[in-house]
Ligand binder design. Structure first.
Ligand code: SF4
Length: 492
């Protein structure tokens, strides 16, 4: 059986159904092909070499596949001399050609906006990686981690790439492969480095011998615990990972984690789901980072769908990166407030497994800084006031203080939580409280019909001490602190 036949055998057609995607709107989606590749035999379509050889690399090719205005065509034509383009047929087929703002199109097809610098703040090396580079290609920024740029080649060139000075600019960075030994030697000589990020470009585009060189040499260094491979191959060219010999190499190293990069739920296809599962089955953890991109994924609905889609294919959402101020990518940048808004709508609303950390990569090489909505509202010596996703404000008693309230109703709101006269403020009509009240109503009705009562003073109190039939003030339910009562005794 030829290698192509083997790949044809693992054709991904039934895979969407396996994940329950398929016909539903939830990812993974069904396999797609642009009509011009309809007649390509499966064994070629599923061959990463065919996909790479037939990648769209010029404006001339694009012109025949997607509609552009004459102005757009002129602008992206002038970009061609500066920036590389590569879009494998598989990834191109995920584009809806009728939609000018299609999220896959925006990420992969050159735009006239790349000629602008909207804030005047865009830089070629916004993270100053080159300044923290003791040997060419290696960035040593954090105490225990190092980043190795092993190639400037990618299977698809993302228009927003932070490292476009190395990856997309023609002739931008050809020094990286000449200094392989020096990067590995640097890691070997620095015993504080525990986690090595093998990046690029995309390391899974390297010839297998070169990839093996990096992985085996790094894995042999005793103080290296983790080798993270940063790759978009599962997203843009999953066919590369239909090659079992590559999976076997990654698995054989033992220390490898895959850090992949899905930005939109439409990228979670049957094929990408399949290769993520192959990696997981080989014992290789797969995490994801997403870049927050204007027009692509800067909405709560899209991000929720993306994170849920990732969980469906067992990929752990790890980071949302704020888009870096890179020359030619300023049009992708959102405000940091947009990222906060999205995080507010994720935390508490979906499984914690699906909540990435939102980070801003700091100017001047300051590294990743986590940014999130504020959940600590106020504090005193005796307590901290915390907020949950519903807007509930709750007093959290200090571990070394006893509860004493001398407030006697003199203060209100957050202050009353600090003073100890209230334990929580809950928004009126909070779904959870309505559910709780309905549960209690059901229990009360059952008790009434059986002649029982929940406590001997005849009132119905929930476990926060609030009376279920008290009048709810304006927009909040206030939960007053009550003394704990031993079972069978009346509260005084
Ligand atoms: S795959 Fe990664 S390195 Fe390559 S262009 Fe995209 S973001 Fe940049």
């Amino acid at each position: 059986m030829s290698e192509s036949d083997v790949r044809a055998e693992v054709a991904p057609v039934p895979f969407a159904d396996q994940f329950g995607g398929g016909d539903s709107e939830e990812p993974p989606g069904k396999p797609k092909r642009h009509p011009i590749w309809r007649d390509v035999p499966d064994h070629q379509w599923n061959d990463w070499r065919w996909q790479s050889q037939n990648a769209i690399r010029s404006v001339r090719q694009l012109k025949g596949l997607i509609a552009f205005s004459p102005e757009e065509m002129e602008a992206i034509g002038s970009l061609e001399t500066e920036y590389k383009t590569a879009i494998p047929p598989y990834y191109f087929s995920l584009i809806n050609p009728e939609d000018h703002d299609d999220p896959i199109r925006l990420q992969s097809i050159p735009s006239p906006l790349e000629l602008t610098n909207p804030s005047g703040y865009e830089l070629s090396d916004p993270l100053e990686e080159d300044k923290d580079s003791p040997v060419p290609g290696l960035t040593h920024r954090y105490p225990d981690r190092a980043l190795l740029v092993t190639t400037h080649v990618c299977s698809m060139y993302c228009r927003f790439c932070t490292r476009k000075r190395a990856t997309m600019v023609r002739g931008g960075w050809d020094s990286v492969s000449r200094n392989d030994e020096r990067m590995v030697e640097y890691v070997r000589d620095h015993s504080e480095i525990r986690d090595v990020i093998v990046s690029g470009g995309d390391p899974l585009t390297l010839p297998i011998t070169k990839l093996k060189f990096f992985l085996e040499n790094l894995a042999a260094i005793p103080h290296v615990d983790v080798i993270r491979i940063g790759t978009r191959v599962p997203v843009t060219l999953p066919q590369r990972l239909f090659d079992q010999s590559l999976i076997d190499l990654l698995a054989s190293v033992g220390k490898v984690w895959i850090q992949t990069h899905f930005n939109h739920p439409n990228e979670i296809s049957a094929e990408s789901a399949k290769v993520c599962m192959s990696l997981l089955k080989a014992g290789i953890p797969v995490n994801n980072h997403t870049v927050l991109l204007k027009g692509v994924n800067d909405s709560l609905d899209t991000m929720r769908k993306l994170m849920r889609g990732l969980l469906r294919i067992k990929v752990r959402p790890y980071y949302i990166f704020h888009c870096d101020p890179v020359i030619g990518a300023g049009h992708f940048r959102t405000s940091i407030w947009k990222g906060m808004e999205i995080m507010e709508g994720l935390r508490g609303h979906m499984s914690g497994l699906g909540i990435p950390t939102y980070v801003v990569d700091s100017p001047h090489g300051g590294g990743k800084i986590p940014v999130m909505p504020n959940y600590v509202i106020s504090a005193s010596d005796d307590a901290v006031v915390l907020r949950n996703y519903e807007g509930m404000l709750v007093r959290y008693q200090a571990e070394d203080k006893t509860l004493q309230s001398n407030d006697q109703g003199r203060t209100r709101g957050v202050s009353s939580l600090l003073q100890g006269s209230k334990s929580a403020l809950i928004p009126e009509n909070a779904e959870r409280m309505i559910r709780r009240q309905m549960n209690l109503a059901t229990v009360s009705a059952e008790e009434a019909s059986s002649g029982c009562s929940s406590n001997d003073n005849g009132s119905s109190e929930n476990d926060n001490g609030s009376s279920e039939n008290e009048t709810v003030p304006n927009s909040l339910i206030e939960l007053g602190i009550k003394k704990k009562v031993a079972p069978g005794r009346k509260a005084r």
